[in-house]
Design a binder for this molecule. Structure first.
Ligand code: NAD
Length: 476
């Protein structure tokens, strides 16, 4: 079976297609098939058939293909970035970063080909054991629309380097750049069947993939509720799971922080990708000594952001990815204000008028004096809306930061090492940044605690999650 890259063959009826919309203009830019159960089966069969040969290659040979794919992604980065902006909405500068980020991930995994290492265990007179790491077989990658290219890299890189084959299901609103990159991987020499892409809705195409008995592992990134649903579906066949779910990252700014730097951190941390990032700054806790000045500076910066079509030069923030997203963000803000749970400092409504009429644009929004149990603080807000809370001291900041069901990331902005130590020890999160937020390098493990998920991506240890140990017991 050939590598299946949907979007090439024309199905007969219209209801078998999904339209891809440019969120800046509301125009349909392309369409991809609604993958049926049969297509999912065919993709898994293709992956299964390719596994034997692929798993027997040396990791060096597999790594070389990742290197070549990274070169091709760099060669085509302008076209890939433009396509990503057209389907996802983010400014071209951010799309370029994301496309390069995918190339970086492939290069990183190629550079550590040879891992994961096995071990030799000696048992004295009882013998010796050789423990190796072997690939799992067919894996499934199900990804969201917010960072589709980067997250494709996080999953494809380690999965195929470790010798597995893969079926990838993109999000319905952003399948195009994923398909283009899969094509470049084929051009880089990836054998047929090693990477298969099936497009379609989560509830049908995604669910069929999760439930397929020959899929050994599912690596899912997306919403918390979907993660729980996938976990239930995967139970029947005891599948291995990596679940990268939502986050509600707190950013804590202490009185001794470098304020201009922290203001820039909050601005970028919340409004990059229109706030649609799992590790975005989703709750801002300001020490009372600097709170008012900080908010004044941040409000001015937020109001100076140029919101518009991501393809236009000078755009700082693009639209939200879909009409549904815009509806969700608009509702949560108007409900917050209706319940008097906070006070709008800037923004608080969609952008309308010339240049905005058909797109899904929302104003960069800051909401101050947010009460402790507000939905803005307890739920994940996946858009350009930042709730701000003033705290009297570090104890209160840590206590409030931990009042969340999530535990993905957190940052503290300070010059005091003892403050850093306390936040690192006491705040529940998979990563604690100091005087930074958002950055997730390919070299370090990434993932959350609590409702933010199970398992880690990135770093050399991600290879472990795509392998299992196998032992040769030598009884001399
Ligand atoms: P989503 O859960 O709606 O969709 C994610 C993917 O799952 C899509 O491909 C979708 O088609 C598929 N899907 C949906 N229902 C399914 C089902 N029943 N069975 C199988 N597949 C199904 O999430 P989203 O709205 O696309 O993404 C936003 C969410 O992703 C946010 O919560 C965000 O925080 C999270 N996210 C987390 C990370 C992380 O690494 N922790 C990174 C990025 C995004």
């Amino acid at each position: 079976m050939d590598m299946i890259i949907n979007g090439t063959a024309a199905p007969a009826a219209d209801e078998t297609w999904i339209e891809v919309t440019n969120p800046a203009t509301g125009e349909c830019i392309d369409r991809v098939p609604r993958g049926s159960k049969e297509e999912v089966n065919a993709a898994v069969e293709a992956a299964d058939a390719a596994f034997g040969e692929w798993s027997k290659k040396t990791t060096r040979d597999r790594g070389l293909i990742l290197y070549r794919a990274a070169e091709l992604i760099r060669r085509d980065h302008k076209a890939l970035a433009a396509l990503l902006t057209r389907e996802q909405g983010k400014p071209i500068r951010e799309s370029t970063d994301e496309v390069r980020g995918c190339a970086n991930i492939f290069e990183y995994y190629a550079s550590i080909a040879g891992l994961p290492a096995g071990e030799m265990v000696t048992l004295g007179k009882a013998g010796d054991c050789l423990v190796t790491r072997v690939p799992l077989g067919v894996c499934a990658a199900i990804i969201p629309w917010n960072m589709p290219v980067l997250i494709m890299g996080w999953k494809v890189g380690p999965a195929i380097l470790a010798g597995n084959t893969l079926v990838l299901k993109p999000a319905s609103t952003t399948p195009l750049t994923n398909l283009r990159i899969a094509g470049l991987m084929q051009e880089a020499g990836l054998p047929q069947g090693v990477l298969n892409v099936v497009t379609g809705p989560g509830e049908t195409t995604g669910a069929a993939l999760v439930q397929h008995p020959r899929v050994k592992k599912i690596s899912f990134t997306g919403d918390c509720a979907t993660g729980h649903r996938i976990r239930e579906m995967a139970q029947d066949h005891l599948k291995i799971l990596t679940l990268e779910l939502g986050g509600s990252d707190p950013m804590i700014v202490m009185a001794d922080a470098d304020i201009p730097k922290a203001v820039e951190g909050a601005l970028r941390g919340r409004f990059y990708n229109a706030g649609q990032i799992c590790t975005a700054v989703k709750r801002l806790y300001l020490h009372e000594k600097i709170a008012e000045e900080f908010l004044r500076l941040l409000t001015a910066k937020a109001e100076s952001l140029t919101v518009g079509n991501g393809l236009l030069p000078g755009t700082d923030m693009g639209p939200l990815n879909s009409a549904e997203q815009l509806g969700r963000i608009s509702s949560v803000v108007s409900e917050t204000i209706g319940r008097e749970e906070g006070v709008i400092r800037t923004g608080g409504c969609p952008l309308t008028g010339s240049g905005y009429s058909h797109g899904f644009f929302y104003k960069p929004t800051l909401i101050a004096d947010v009460v402790p149990d507000a939905a803005l603080l307890t739920n994940e807000i996946f858009g350009p809306v930042l709730p701000v809370v003033t705290v009297p001291d570090l104890d209160a900041a840590i206590r409030e930061a931990n009042r969340s069901k999530y535990g993905l990331g957190a940052s503290v902005w300070t010059k005091d090492i003892s403050t850093v130590k306390r936040v690192y020890d006491e705040v529940n999160a998979g990563i604690i940044w100091v005087n930074r937020h958002l950055i997730v390098p390919p070299e370090v493990p990434f993932g959350g605690t609590n409702e933010s998920g199970i398992g880690r991506e990135n770093g050399s240890k991600a290879l472990d999650s795509y392998t299992q140990s196998k032992t040769l017991y030598l009884g001399w």
